[in-house]
Design a protein around this ligand. Structure first.
Ligand code: ADP
Ligand code: MG
Length: 254
């Protein structure tokens, strides 16, 4: 039997907290270059799943394989980071007293001593790389502003830019649209769509307008009680009676 190589393959993964199964025999497969949205009610295990991928917590059973050769459950958070798995938390974690450009420089892959790197002159490829990222995240004209003075949406984009600077292959993005204006949300959707294909992206999100913007005919995964309840194109998922019952029927359906 030929084995398909997924970028990320989680099989039979379970994780309990005090006897409560936050993740329950979860199977999840991701192709390289996919932009996958994961939705599900509060407590479904979405954030815990990201914690398991990034090594913040370890599974009780099952395996999580990256690129068919790295067993993530055996690696430290730092080792996983160095494999090219980057995470954006819901609250932006930028260096507020540093400029936008400095934040990107500090994140550049291979800058060994991050604080020292600020005093280095960037080499040409680093300069080109940071320019390219500034364009991608739409912050070129804000490059010299202190990150702490940016609008909420701009901080989120900067943090996505920092994942790009660290050359993350797999980007894990937890509720990027939370607290954003409609316009910021739409721009975030455009940004993520522009990264799909070049990067593999998992987006956890509640806002179904946003989910529809980034999903189109891509696969959406619904988590419920720590397992996959349903997976498929967003129209099919939104019409699924099981999904409506546990999730969309409550308040999220539009
Ligand atoms: P979601 O992100 O889908 O809202 P979470 O992954 O945050 O869900 O949580 C899933 C369940 O696991 C919740 O019931 C939560 O209380 C529990 N949980 C998550 N992390 C911990 C932890 N570190 N200790 C104890 N319980 C936790
Ligand atoms: Mg969560």
């Amino acid at each position: 039997m030929s084995q398909h190589l997924f970028q990320l393959a989680a099989e039979g993964v379970s994780k309990s907290f005090d006897g409560f199964k936050a993740i329950n025999d979860l199977n999840f497969y991701l192709e390289a270059g996919e932009l996958r949205t994961v939705i599900g009610p509060n407590g479904a295990g979405k954030t815990t799943f990201l914690d398991l991928i990034t090594g913040r917590t370890q599974p009780d059973s099952g395996k999580i394989e990256f690129e068919g050769k790295h067993d993530l459950s055996a690696l430290s958070e730092h080792e996983i980071y160095r494999l090219g798995i980057g995470r954006k938390f819901q609250t932006p974690t930028v260096y507020t007293d540093h400029t936008v450009l400095e934040n990107l420089v500090l994140s550049l892959a291979g800058s060994r001593s991050v604080w020292r790197s600020l005093f280095f002159k960037l080499n040409r490829s680093q300069r080109e790389r940071t320019e390219e990222i500034l364009t991608t995240i739409n912050l070129t004209e804000h490059r010299d502003r202190k990150a702490g003075t940016l609008a909420h949406g701009q901080k989120q984009w900067l943090e996505i830019g920092m994942l790009l600077a660290q050359e993350a292959k797999l980007l894990l993005v937890d509720e990027p649209a939370a607290g954003m204006t409609d316009e910021e949300t739409a721009r975030t959707a455009e940004l993520l769509l522009s990264l799909a294909g070049k990067h593999t992206i998992v987006v956890i999100e509640h806002d179904m307008v946003f989910v529809r913007q980034i999903s189109k005919d891509r696969k959406v995964t619904v988590l419920h009680q720590g397992s996959v309840l349903c997976e498929g194109p967003v129209d099919r998922v939104q019409a699924d009676p099981k999904v409506i019952e546990v999730y969309l029927g409550r308040k999220h359906v539009r």
